[in-house]
Ligand binder design. Structure first.
Ligand SMILES: Cc1ncc(COP(=O)(O)O)c(C=O)c1O
Length: 403
């Protein structure tokens, strides 16, 4: 796998395994016979090679246009993304975390200051909430969907809560009808974190179109990945979109005149927009391929004791198959056995937000057992659309060996 020059990313990315040159994993169990094949969690070079000519044409268009920021490519991408997700507006920003921060700022009702979220979704919402100047509060997740529901959110709602952020975890669009009603009844805004769920849902009810706003990340490993960082907020409200367009550019109402506070510089650049236009039309097909691979893993696990390992299936179209998530009551032992068969794995996400020192002060006063259980049991198998047949077969063989 190519190294990726992360620029401003200094810490290891949680969605990314520790990889050496050519995808070899740096951490091997000692004293285990290694398999012939090595299947890594991701290999971005394959998708880049697949799209190479179109990406070069897109880059050439940008260079020849003379626009680096907010030119024709960016405008076209915002329109195409909004049309694809069946919303009125898409607002390009610099990352998925910025999308969360700006969406929270754009929808937070006056006089409120708490954002309710889940603690098993990578802490992106906690980061964005604190950056926006508000306080995260955690609700438990449903044991099946691993997402917030109306039943889990209701106990933590009070007059301070202004926003609920629900993450469509691993790419499955979770059912939001009751949660949206609960939020409406309490004057609370609902944001969908769709960073893992672009294209999830059904026509007329796409992930990102049910809440007041939906946020997207175009981080390179995402189902719609840029060649660098990028993100967007989508909404069915032109008023919220107008606020977001101000917030992403210094709070400007017009040039050099900041008319709302909380503005930042967070723009999706023209080159990334051009690359994303190449890839957006491929998303549905690539999501289908991801689902197909997950189905193969699930079939291979059919005879494995579910306590040892079960694969979280992704059968419906409402699922983007972002990650091939699995569960085990003895996760590290199972991961070691898979590794001995040459199969990488990773954990999304191992530490509840409030157990991370940066968010310890927001620790919940009552236990959230399903969140804690998910963080201790769930792990991810290799999954990207360009996985080869021999690699998929090797993962399936490794899973079957657990029976
Ligand atoms: C669920 C979720 N939300 C938000 C983000 C943040 O996106 P970014 O890395 O573009 O800031 C990510 C991934 O990185 C994610 O998986």
């Amino acid at each position: 796998m190519r190294s990726e020059g992360y620029g401003r990313r200094h810490a290891p990315d949680p969605q990314r395994p520790a990889l050496g040159r050519r995808g070899r994993h740096l951490h091997r169990p000692i004293g285990v016979v290694m398999a012939d094949i090595e299947v890594s969690m991701n290999d971005l070079s394959r998708g880049m090679q697949h799209d190479r000519d179109a990406l070069i044409r897109a880059a050439t268009l940008v260079i020849d246009s003379g626009y680096a920021i907010h030119g024709a490519q960016h405008a076209a991408f915002e329109r195409e993304l909004a049309d694809y997700l069946e919303v009125s507006d898409a607002v390009g920003v610099a990352s998925g975390t910025d999308a969360l921060e700006l969406a929270i700022k754009a929808v937070m009702p006056d006089g409120r200051d708490v954002v309710v979220t889940a603690g098993n979704a990578g802490a992106y919402t906690s980061t964005a909430t604190v950056r926006a100047g508000y306080t995260p509060r955690y609700a438990d997740v449903d044991p099946d969907s691993l997402c917030l529901t109306a039943a889990t959110v209701a106990p933590v709602l009070d007059a301070r809560v202004g926003v609920v952020v629900v993450t469509h975890l691993y790419g499955r669009m979770t059912d939001l009808s009751e949660l949206r009603s609960l939020c409406d009844a309490s004057g609370t805004a609902l944001i969908e974190d769709c960073a893992q769920a672009i294209g999830a849902g059904t026509p007329g009810r796409r992930a990102g179109s049910v809440g007041h706003a939906g946020t997207l990340s175009f981080y390179p490993t995402k189902n719609l990945g840029a060649i660098g960082d990028g993100g967007a907020v989508v909404t069915t409200s032109p008023e919220i979109a107008a606020r977001l367009r101000q917030l992403r550019q210094y709070g400007w109402g017009s040039k050099y005149n900041a008319t709302i506070s909380g503005g930042v510089n967070s723009r999706l650049d023209e080159m990334q927009a051009a690359f994303l236009r190449v890839r957006l039309p491929q998303v549905d097909g690539l999501n289908a391929r991801r689902r197909e691979i997950i189905a193969r893993y699930a079939a291979a696990a059919a005879n494995v004791d579910p306590d040892v390992m079960s694969v979280l299936t992704a059968l419906d179209d409402g699922h983007t198959g972002h990650l091939a998530a699995a569960r085990s009551t003895d996760r590290e032992a199972v991961r070691a056995r898979l590794r001995a068969h040459g199969v990488a794995s990773d954990v999304h996400f191992p530490i509840p937000d409030w157990e991370q020192p940066a968010f310890a002060e927001y620790a919940p006063s009552t236990p959230l057992p399903e969140t804690v259980r998910a963080c201790s049991q769930v792990f991810s198998l290799p999954l990207f659309p360009e996985l080869r047949e021999d690699e998929i077969a090797a993962v399936c063989d490794a899973i079957r060996s657990l029976a």
